[in-house]
Design a protein around this ligand. Structure first.
Ligand code: ACO
Length: 428
């Protein structure tokens, strides 16, 4: 039973309904606030604003809990593949054998890109940022699928768009890398798994097939599982916001890539490696680096630490940390950056500044070391995140439309000039 909330202002009292979620989170419904009082709420950064009700992902940031559709991330990481997870996030239940085979095949069939898209890749300079290429090429897919630019969120045509995006994002990512290397594009191999096919398209040469190491394939798959959704983060909210104007799915996810690019969001995995390399190559003392990160007059941050929602360990970071060792061992890599990361974590976890602010390692702290070991270049790290996040973005886009959500259009409190007369240029 939910109790209502009250807002009292200037002698008037307004009763507001509350909504209680399945994990007992309470939301105060303020949709009538402005109509009834003329007031709006103010919450820059949306730290206290619930933008929707959602069935997809649950996070308890204080307890370090993450669940997709009710399944714990720990169990999914151990027992599921990325394809199973994508199905789960999109459809709400774990697939049986035939459902998974059909889903997998639908995605596998869509791995190729239209031959003319080669010209689009060729048009980018070799040093073009991969996230810019990814976003452009996802929008370019709209040009090759004009008959699918509808805003329906179910049915065969929608399922086809979903397969195309989840499959082609991986091909686009791999070909982006090959563009930067000046190498010929490698066609997909339908006999490989989702993650194996990605590694093949990244690293195989025309007469030299990339040898897929099972530990590496499993680690890439795990990386995608861990990134598959994370409720209303910056990029997912962007996808929902763009989609709320009834923009098509291709352009909505392309916008999500833009939001993910920033170093405060998905770009942090690359920023972590930059930070560790800087510490390593310049022989910076870890305590000095931590001191700089604590100094408010200094722009330095401990990248890969802190999170808007998690106020304890990010469960994804815990899982990745344990897998980094097995991958480095399988590849016989001894990365000094891993030791620096471990020591940095130890220093920060015992430092009053980080402890009192509940700043713990997030998913990006160890994912960079894993991707680097696999041979993914640093500027492709955030692209990897985008591949993994695609089921979450799509599922949120669909949920938003299935709730027939109004166009997103926040308000503001205006703090600029009041009405003033225009001054002609000769009098200024
Ligand atoms: N290093 C040093 N200080 C930090 C850090 C950090 N990484 N993160 C937060 N703080 C400090 C803030 O300066 C602030 O201090 P104050 O209370 O004295 O002013 C306090 O901790 C609270 O932090 P906020 O900035 O208010 O936290 P917010 O929720 O706005 O930001 C964010 C979260 C962006 C993730 C932030 O912690 C950060 O910049 N971390 C580094 C970048 C990073 O790793 N991003 C990846 C996030 S995970 C993801 O997107 C997949």
């Amino acid at each position: 039973m939910s109790e209502n909330a009250f807002i009292e202002y200037d002698g008037n009292k307004l009763e507001l309904e509350t909504m209680i979620g399945s994990e007992n989170e309470i939301g105060v419904d303020i949709t009538q606030l402005r109509a009834k009082t003329g007031m709006i709420t103010l919450d820059p950064g949306y730290g206290n604003t619930g933008s929707c009700a959602s069935d997809i992902t649950y996070i308890d940031g204080d307890k370090g809990i993450l669940r997709y559709r009710g399944y714990s991330i720990e169990e999914l990481a151990e027992k599921s593949t990325f394809m199973e997870c994508a199905f789960l996030i999109l459809k709400g239940h774990l697939p049986n054998h035939s459902e998974l085979a059909e889903f997998d095949q639908g995605i596998s069939e869509q791995a190729g890109l239209h031959y003319s898209m080669k010209n689009n890749f060729d048009g980018f300079p070799a040093n073009a940022p991969p996230m810019a290429i990814l976003s452009s090429m996802l929008n370019t897919l709209a040009c090759y699928n004009t008959e699918l630019l509808m805003t329906e969120h179910e049915g065969e045509a929608f399922e086809l768009v979903v397969s195309k995006i989840i499959s082609k994002v991986r091909t686009i990512a791999a070909w982006t890398y090959r563009t930067s290397q000046g190498r010929a594009y490698m066609p997909p191999n339908p006999n490989l798994s989702y993650s194996g096919n990605f590694l093949h398209m990244m690293f195989s040469q025309p007469f030299d097939e990339y040898k897929i190491i099972p530990e590496v394939e499993a680690a890439v798959d795990l990386f995608f599982v861990l990134h598959a959704d994370h409720e209303q983060n910056c990029s997912t909210s962007t996808v929902r916001m763009v989609g709320s104007s009834r923009a098509n799915l291709f352009s909505s996810v392309a916008a999500g890539v833009g939001a993910l690019w920033g170093p405060l969001h998905g770009g942090a995995n690359a920023a972590v490696i930059d930070m560790l390399e800087n510490i390593h190559s310049n022989g910076i003392k870890l305590s000095d680096y931590v001191d700089a990160a604590k100094d408010k007059n200094n722009d330095t941050k401990l990248m890969g630490f802190g999170h808007r929602v998690y106020k304890s360990f990010d469960p994804r970071a815990k899982i990745l940390k344990t897998h980094v060792d097995s991958v480095l061992e399988a590849l016989k890599i001894d990365d000094p950056l891993l030791n620096i990361a471990r020591e940095l974590e130890e220093v920060a976890l015992h430092d009053e500044y980080f402890v009192s602010r509940n700043l713990y390692p997030n998913v990006d702290f160890y994912s960079g070391i894993l991707l680097k070991a696999i041979g993914i270049p640093v500027d492709m790290f955030t692209v990897m995140f985008a591949i993994g996040r695609m089921p979450g973005w799509i599922s949120n886009w669909r949920e938003m439309l299935s709730h027939n959500q109004r166009i997103c259009r926040p308000r503001q409190v205006y703090t600029g000039e009041n009405l003033r007369p225009y001054v002609s240029i000769s009098d200024r």
